[in-house]
Design a protein around this ligand. Structure first.
Ligand code: H2U
Length: 380
C-alpha cells in the first residue's frame, strides 16, 4: 500500500511462487504519485527476442524557408495577417483557437448527469526560430534561452488573470503536429484542466502529510539513487520517472523549490537551455531521427490562485514520446491501457540507462562531419 496515502487500492494476494522479487524480471505495479494511479510493469516481456532491424525512415527534407508555410517570417496566415520578419521567437493568436475569451455561459439549470460550465480563454502559437529546418536541440543555447524567456513572459502575462496557462509542444506528425516549423502552443483557460487539477490534489495531499513538496523530495531521492537519471546539472535533473508509462517518458525538474517558470533566475534559464538541448539530443540520437513527443510545463496555478499558498507545487516539464523500438515503431496506449490501466514492458531504469549512455553530440553534427552512425542493433 502506498505510504503517503493515495486512494485505496486493493491487491489480492494470489500467493505466487516463493521466488525472490527482481524488478527487472518480474511484473509488478508502480504508483504514480502525481496522478494517484498505478502502472503495470511487465518487465519479463523484455526477454522476448527482438533482433528486428532498427529501420530509419528517409530523412525528411524541410526547407529553411517555405513561401507557403504560414509560420515562416513574412508569410501570410489563414486570417490574412502577415507575419513580421521575426529574428528569434514570434507569438501570435491562434487563428483557429479552441478557447475564446467571450464564449457565453451555458446557464445554471442542468440535470446532474448533463452538467456544463462556461469555458473561456485564449490560444497562442509561438514560433521558436525563423528557420523551419531547426529544432530545439539544433538551436544555439542563446536561442533556446530566448524561447524560455518568452515562455516565462507569456506564463506571467496570461497568468495574471487566467488560473491555468498550458505551454505545450507537439512535435512530429506522429503526435498530430500539422507544421514542421519549430513551434509550441500556449493555451490559457478560466478553469484548471483535469491533469493539473489532479496533480494539484496529489501534491497538496503529500505536502500536508510530509511538510515537503512531493517533487522536491522526489528530485532528492532520484539524485541519490541515480538509476533513473538521464541528465543532470547544477540546477536541473531529467529522469525517466519511476512511474513512467511511455517507454522513454522524461520528467524534467529543478533541484531547488520553484513554483512557476516565471520564477526562474537568469542562471537557471541558461542551465535549463543546456539540459533541454542535452536531453533532446539524446532523444534524437536514440533512433537517429527527429524524435516526436508531446511536452508541457506544469507549475503552480495562477490568476486567483496567485494569492494562495502553493508551496506544495514544484515546477516541472513532462515529455511524453510515443516511440518504442525504432523511428517508426510506436507504443500504442490502446486495449488494456484504455480499458484497464497503463502498462509497459521496458522498465524505466532500462530506458534511463539507454538514454543516459547515448552521446551528447547530435547525430546530425556527426553526419555533417561525415562520421558513422551511432546506431547499434537494439535488443528490445
Ligand atoms: P500544431 O501543428 O501543433 O497544431 O500547431 C500549429 C498551429 O498553428 C495550429 O493550432 C495554427 C493552427 O491552428 N495556425 C494558425 O493559427 N494560423 C495559420 O495560418 C496556420 C496554423
Amino acid at each position: 500500500m502506498f505510504f503517503w496515502g493515495g486512494t485505496k487500492h486493493t491487491v489480492v494476494n494470489m500467493s505466487g511462487p516463493e521466488i525472490h522479487f527482481d524488478p527487472k524480471e518480474h511484473q509488478h505495479l508502480r504508483y504514480n504519485p502525481l496522478r494517484d494511479s498505478w502502472v503495470l510493469v511487465s518487465a519479463h516481456r523484455m526477454k522476448r527476442p527482438w533482433a528486428g532491424q532498427v529501420e530509419k525512415p528517409p530523412e525528411e527534407h524541410i526547407p529553411r524557408y517555405d513561401p507557403h508555410n504560414p509560420l515562416c517570417p513574412g508569410n501570410t496566415r489563414a486570417n490574412l495577417e502577415v507575419n513580421p520578419d521575426y529574428k528569434d521567437t514570434f507569438v501570435f493568436e491562434n487563428d483557429f483557437p479552441a478557447l475564446q475569451p467571450n464564449a457565453p455561459d451555458p446557464g445554471p439549470d442542468q440535470h446532474p448527469l448533463f452538467q456544463s460550465k462556461a469555458a473561456r480563454g485564449v490560444c497562442k502559437v509561438m514560433c521558436f526560430h525563423p528557420w523551419s529546418d531547426v529544432t530545439l536541440p539544433l538551436m544555439k543555447k542563446e536561442e533556446v534561452v530566448k524561447v524560455i524567456d518568452k515562455w516565462a513572459e507569456l506564463a506571467e502575462q496570461l497568468g495574471a488573470t487566467y488560473p491555468w496557462v498550458q505551454i505545450f509542444e507537439n512535435k512530429g506528425a506522429m503526435m498530430g503536429c500539422s507544421n514542421p516549423h519549430p513551434h509550441c502552443q500556449v493555451w490559457a483557460s478560466n478553469f484548471l484542466p483535469n491533469e493539473p487539477a489532479l496533480s494539484d490534489r496529489c501534491q497538496r495531499a503529500f505536502y500536508e502529510k510530509h511538510k515537503e513538496p512531493l517533487l522536491l523530495q522526489y528530485a532528492k531521492q532520484e539524485t541519490e539513487k541515480k538509476e533513473r537519471l538521464v541528465v543532470m546539472n547544477a540546477d536541473w535533473l531529467a529522469v525517466v520517472p519511476y512511474w513512467a508509462t511511455w517507454p522513454y517518458q522524461l520528467l524534467l525538474l529543478p533541484r531547488r523549490h520553484v513554483l512557476r517558470i516565471s520564477d526562474l533566475t537568469t542562471e537557471e534559464r541558461g542551465s535549463l537551455a543546456d539540459i533541454m538541448k542535452q536531453l533532446l539530443t539524446k532523444y534524437d540520437n536514440l533512433f537517429e531521427s527527429s524524435f516526436p513527443y508531446s511536452m508541457g510545463w506544469h507549475g503552480a496555478p495562477t490568476g486567483p490562485h496567485l494569492k494562495e499558498d502553493n508551496s506544495h507545487w514544484q515546477l516541472h516539464a513532462h515529455y511524453y514520446p510515443p516511440l518504442l523500438r525504432s523511428a517508426t515503431v510506436r507504443k500504442f496506449m490502446v486495449g488494456y491501457e484504455m480499458l484497464a490501466q497503463e502498462q509497459r514492458d521496458l522498465t524505466p531504469e532500462q530506458a534511463a540507462e539507454k538514454l543516459r549512455n547515448l552521446p551528447n553530440e547530435h547525430y546530425k553534427s556527426r553526419q555533417e562531419q561525415g562520421e558513422d552512425s551511432f546506431l547499434a542493433p537494439l535488443h528490445l
